[in-house]
Write a protein that binds this ligand. Structure first.
Ligand code: 8X3
Length: 260
């Protein structure tokens, strides 16, 4: 469903008159920024994440709804689908992330399993559960992948592998839905300085997390990606943005970053 900007209902519009958007991983970073941006664009945003207290305050702030949801749980995702109801305009699969950056020789394979369970299987679980509502609502699916799927880098076997598999999911799904009124899009961000991404990746090591962005003149921020997601969603219904790759100007490739 596409809502022309001139006809978009505002945030104060009653829920029944607003198209519904689901954002997973809405408790922080790109997910929270996307929830804000989509609410401003007239959606009733269902904020889904594990950390209930965070999404409850977010939902209250933006006139949306909070649904506690661990995307690795069948029961939680079934409850999310129940809460959404029969029609859905937009699903933003954002939940996921990186855990660790060790070379294969020293890999924590449990971390690989976690990354696959969230980024790939979790995205598949949510998408599968919400697909009937998306078809009924002639909706749009946007998957937030990563430039980690563009090319592998040292220490990225687990994360690059997970994001590449998530990208493959997007491609397969688009082919499967070719005769359905559902758009399947991918937004692939490069370096985005959020409060948690690198901190989680480096197990809470603040110095290592900060070093990722040190000296970089203008890494992306969550709002940059939220705007891209909202733009992709707001194209006319016949326009499918297959993939949008977005990096800061200072990042020519994952491994080639200018630091002033
Ligand atoms: C985040 C981008 O470069 O850390 O998904 O893989 S990178």
């Amino acid at each position: 469903m596409t809502t022309p900007s001139s006809e978009r209902p505002g945030q104060g519009t009653p829920s029944a008159d607003r198209p519904i958007a689901v954002v997973t991983g809405a408790s922080s970073g790109i997910g929270a920024a996307t929830a804000h941006t989509l609410a401003g664009a007239g959606y009733e945003v269902v904020c889904a994440a594990r950390r209930a207290e965070r999404i409850e305050s977010l939902a209250e702030e933006i006139g949306g709804r909070a649904v506690g949801c661990d995307i690795t749980s069948d029961a939680d995702v079934a409850a999310l689908a129940e809460a959404v109801g029969p029609r859905l305009a937009l699903l933003v699969n954002n939940a996921g992330g990186a855990v660790g950056q060790e070379p294969v020789s020293n890999a924590d394979l449990d971390a690989w399993t976690t990354m696959l369970a969230t980024n790939v299987v979790g995205t598949g679980r949510v998408t599968k559960a919400l697909l009937p509502a998306l078809v009924a609502g002639e909706g749009t699916i946007i998957v937030v992948t990563s430039t980690a799927a563009e090319a592998p880098y040292e220490g990225g076997a687990g994360y690059c592998g997970a994001k590449s598999a998530e990208r493959a999911l997007v491609g397969a799904l688009r082919l499967e839905l070719f005769d359905q009124p559902v758009r399947v899009c991918e937004v692939s961000p490069g370096m985005v300085h959020t409060e948690e991404f690198s901190l989680t990746r480096f197990h809470g090591d603040r110095a290592r997390a900060d070093a990722v962005y040190a000296g970089v003149p203008g890494p992306l921020v969550a709002e940059d990606i939220a705007e891209c997601i909202a733009w992709v969603a707001s194209r006319p219904a016949h326009v499918n943005v297959d993939r949008m790759v977005v990096r800061p100007r200072a990042q020519a490739a994952n491994h080639k970053v200018f630091r002033g």
